[in-house]
Design a protein around this ligand. Structure first.
Ligand code: AMP
Length: 289
């Protein structure tokens, strides 16, 4: 496994892969790898000749006062996990290389980034511009045939899909299911922040999403959402949002239209902000009617 640190190095590597007509897959990560990341790496390994994993804690997607400095990092461990998962190239540039003096470009997707995690008051309006800018840079630098992202960050997946389409990236964006702990908590590098009691409490997030899924469509969408929120509140968790939207447009979902519905939640559990979601497929809605 090669570790490359400079955009120039990744360009050179890409040029030589073009000569061998390898199918190249990219898995962008911020490191501190867990089984969720590994599932993306394994999917890439299956579909591609060469797997590139980027490892970069992207300052542009953190707001002042967020956990940029404290974000868990363990490069050595990440390299070992990546190698074990069959990664061929790790691209791990420094912030100075990615954002040199004079850097002045932002890639911003409108609309989709103004709801859920991107809406006003206390949420993260600049966050997605940071994400789309770095993903655009990575797609340009690596020029992969496929790039793999997790459904765990459902809004991010939708935003990146939109950006790739709008900017004529040739890379196919592949979204893979959320990997969970045994009690349902979505795996996340940020779970490392949770104390034992907070960790236990955090499992209510997935229970709340299941509660909503079980209540829908019989009890109607509003009541199904309220049931989910009640489940969270019973565990002492106050959601930032707990909303039903259509996965492609992120428009608010309406009751029983037969379309897939994304129920997405963000909540702080003892100071750690966690997000999760569930996709309620029309099949399920029909089956239960
Ligand atoms: P991160 O390192 O948190 O920026 O995540 C890198 C990629 O892994 C993103 O595409 C995430 O959506 C994905 N990811 C994070 N957690 C999970 C999970 N539990 N299951 C599947 N994919 C995940």
């Amino acid at each position: 496994m090669k570790v490359l640190r400079l955009p120039r190095e990744i360009h050179e590597a890409r040029d030589s892969l073009r000569k061998t007509s390898d199918v190249v897959g990219l898995v962008p990560t911020m490191g501190y790898l867990h089984e969720g990341h590994v599932s993306l790496l394994e999917a890439a390994r299956q579909r591609c000749d060469t797997v590139v994993m980027s490892l970069f804690v992207n300052p542009a997607q953190f707001r002042p006062g967020e956990d940029l400095d404290g974000y868990p990092r363990d490069e050595k461990r990440d390299f070992a996990i990546a190698e074990e998962a069959g990664v061929d190239i790790v691209y791990a540039p420094s912030a100075e290389e990615v954002y040199p003096a004079g850097f002045a470009t932002t890639v911003e997707v409108k609309g989709l980034t103004e709801v859920l995690c991107g809406s006003r008051d206390g949420r993260r309006p600049e966050h997605f511009a940071g994400v789309t800018t770095i993903v655009a840079k990575l797609l340009n630098a690596v020029d992969p045939d496929f790039a793999f992202f997790g459904q765990k960050d459902a809004q991010q997946a939708t935003v990146i899909g939109r950006m790739a389409e709008d900017l004529d990236f040739r890379t196919r964006i592949v979204i893979l299911p959320t990997v969970r702990e045994r009690d349902g908590l979505a795996m996340s590098s940020r779970n490392a922040y949770l104390s034992a009691p907070a960790r236990e409490k955090a499992s209510a997030i997935w229970s709340a999403l299941l509660e909503t899924e079980n209540a829908y469509p019989e009890r109607g969408l509003d009541e199904a959402l309220r049931a989910g929120v009640r489940r969270l509140e019973a565990a002492g968790i106050e959601p930032e949002y707990f909303e039903a939207r259509y996965p492609g447009t992120l428009d608010p979902a309406e009751d029983e239209t037969g379309e897939a519905i994304l129920v997405a939640v963000a909540a702080k559990v003892d100071g750690t902000r966690l997000i999760d979601n569930i996709l309620i497929e029309p099949d399920k809605q029909v089956r239960r009617k």
